[in-house]
Design a protein around this ligand. Structure first.
Ligand code: ZN
Length: 302
């Protein structure tokens, strides 16, 4: 019998990463596809999996970690489909269904939940019962991983869109979220930073007031996470966190916001190992997609 291999798809708004692996950290083949129309993009991914997998083994499962909003409830009619999105042509796109021709079990979740699962198995979430995985990039996404599974309500969480008190803003910035204006994502995502300051946080440097402002917003998210979910750790990932000096300021401001109130972060002299970066770095998403593929394959074989 040929050895099983797994397919992972990290579907992003600008690019998709497709990988074949015999384990989540042993990638045998990988490709990157520009995200254009759903038809073109999903067909290119399907073609890659169909042609690459047989070279390495018998394909046993596919995991899809997709940009959102997306249907993640397995028994719902919109499971595996993209929700209402400003991304042209993608509203309602049946992402999961496009891969049914592979004839293998398919797991589907959001990109942030997928990355959280990667960190749960192989990164900074190992051995923890409950933790939060946050990504701050083009958008802001938050996944709560509990006992190795992403927590869901009637759909996936949208904590990137909470409202937070404004920091010291230059001018009268309206925010970039097309739904809410100045929600957290509208004030603290990568595009919100460049809309105000003309450059990324990394380029502006740690002494620029933008770094302190960004830390203010992310600290409010972290304090809210502590109070709503009591996570054992908060993992902060995404491109914006590459900025030097940012995570240190988020820790300090979160500490101040929490005060001495009892909770999972209380009694810690510093939050250095409470608010951390992902151990898998930018590989968290594709690693998580492969973890999902293995879980789907295992669920079928029992
Ligand atoms: Zn919003």
């Amino acid at each position: 019998m040929r050895k099983p291999v797994y397919a992972g798809l990290e579907a992003g708004g600008t690019k998709c990463i497709c990988a074949i692996g015999d384990g989540p950290q042993n990638i045998l083949a990988q490709t990157r596809i520009q995200t254009t129309t759903p038809e073109e993009t999903l067909k290119a991914a399907l073609d890659f999996f169909s042609s690459a997998a047989p070279r390495y083994g018998a394909l046993a499962g596919l995991g899809i970690a997709s940009f959102g909003p997306a249907g993640v409830q397995q028994d719902a009619a919109d499971y595996g489909c993209i929700g209402q999105t400003p991304k042209a042509g993608w509203s309602g796109a049946p992402v999961r269904a496009a891969f049914l021709p592979l004839g293998v079990p398919i797991a589907f979740d959001t990109d942030v939940n997928g990355a959280g699962l990667g960190e749960a198995q192989l990164g900074a979430g190992r051995g923890l019962d409950t933790f939060a995985y946050v990504t701050v990039g083009t958008g802001i996404g938050v996944g709560i991983i509990h006992k190795g599974r992403p927590r869901l309500g009637a759909g996936h969480y949208e904590m990137g869109h909470i409202h937070v008190p404004r920091g010291t803003e230059p001018g009268n910035f309206a925010g970039t979220c097309r739904f809410h204006g100045d929600c957290l994502e509208g004030l603290a995502s990568g595009p919100a930073i460049t809309a105000r300051f003309g450059q990324t946080l990394e380029a502006l440097g740690p002494e620029h007031p933008a770094c302190d402002l960004e830390a203010h917003y992310l600290a409010h998210l972290c304090a809210t996470l502590v109070q709503c979910h009591a996570p054992e750790r908060i993992i902060l990932g995404g491109g914006v966190l590459h900025a030097k000096g940012l995570i240190e300021r988020v820790r300090a401001k979160t500490r101040t916001l929490l005060g001495n109130y009892p909770g999972p972060a209380s009694g810690k002299a510093s939050l250095d190992d409470y608010i951390v970066k992902p151990e898998l770095g930018d590989q968290a998403g594709i690693t998580g997609a492969l973890v999902m593929a293995m879980q789907a394959a295992r669920a079928r074989t029992g």
